[in-house]
Write a protein that binds this ligand. Structure first.
Ligand SMILES: [Zn+2]
Length: 221
């Protein structure tokens, strides 16, 4: 698989009328915005027209390019191998052999069925086998998989499997709780409803006591 570097510029690409009138843009200090190919912009114009809009009106003139750049950011995970964050491990753990848990990591992803946002939090735990990883790396693994088109079930298992394969711990537990834009903003219209998925591997799968302990640490016991 090839991993390509993305030229994503979010700095001056937010919503808001002042977008192109920020001081840095006026002084030409902002980095060049990533090029969005014409066919991509045409596709977004087609979608705007189909949704009932007039893509030629003033407020929508730059929208196709903005949407194109935004989607490169939403899907930046395709350009990285999340396992890379688990390469550097530490074996000096002073005999620590208990659960390591990162709780309530916020993330955003997009569902592959509607391209709608999935917004939620993840708790990621592992029981080390002689070596640990920098704690922020667990969040980076999550973001690497979240910044792709997903379903929540696959996101949960990909994060767990990546840690299992590359850290080779005694156990991995991943619990994700998220709201799905395709359910809260359309369809059955149920704002506030969250979906919970979990993936347990190793001791957390095999040993009910360990599973109970890790779920309690996650605040789910
Ligand atoms: Zn969906």
């Amino acid at each position: 698989m090839n991993y390509v570097a993305l030229d994503v510029d979010a700095m001056n690409d937010d919503c808001g009328a002042a977008d192109d009138f920020s001081p840095s843009a006026a002084q030409n200090q902002a980095p060049a915005k990533a090029h969005v190919p014409q066919d991509v912009q045409d596709a977004i114009r087609t979608l705007l027209r189909w949704a009932g809009e007039n893509p030629a009106r003033e407020g929508l003139i730059d929208t196709p390019a903005r949407v194109g750049r935004a989607w490169r950011e939403y899907c930046a995970g395709y350009a990285e191998d999340p396992a890379i964050h688990l390469r550097r491990t530490f074996s000096e753990v002073a005999g620590y052999d208990e659960v390591v848990l990162l709780r309530g990591i916020p993330f955003q992803s997009h569902c592959e069925h509607h391209l709608a946002p999935i917004t939620g939090t993840a708790s990621i735990a592992y029981l080390p086998r002689n070596r640990v990883v920098g704690i922020s790396k667990l969040a980076r693994v999550l973001q690497g998989f979240a910044r792709r088109l997903q379903i929540q079930e696959r996101l949960t298992s990909e994060v767990a499997q990546c840690i299992w394969d590359h850290l080779q711990p005694q156990g991995v537990a991943v619990v994700i709780e998220a709201q799905h834009g395709c359910m809260t903003g359309r369809g059955v219209m149920t704002p506030g409803v969250t979906m919970v998925t979990s993936r347990m591997l190793g001791c957390f799968l095999d040993d009910p006591g360990s599973r109970k302990e890790v779920l309690a640490l996650m605040g789910l016991g």
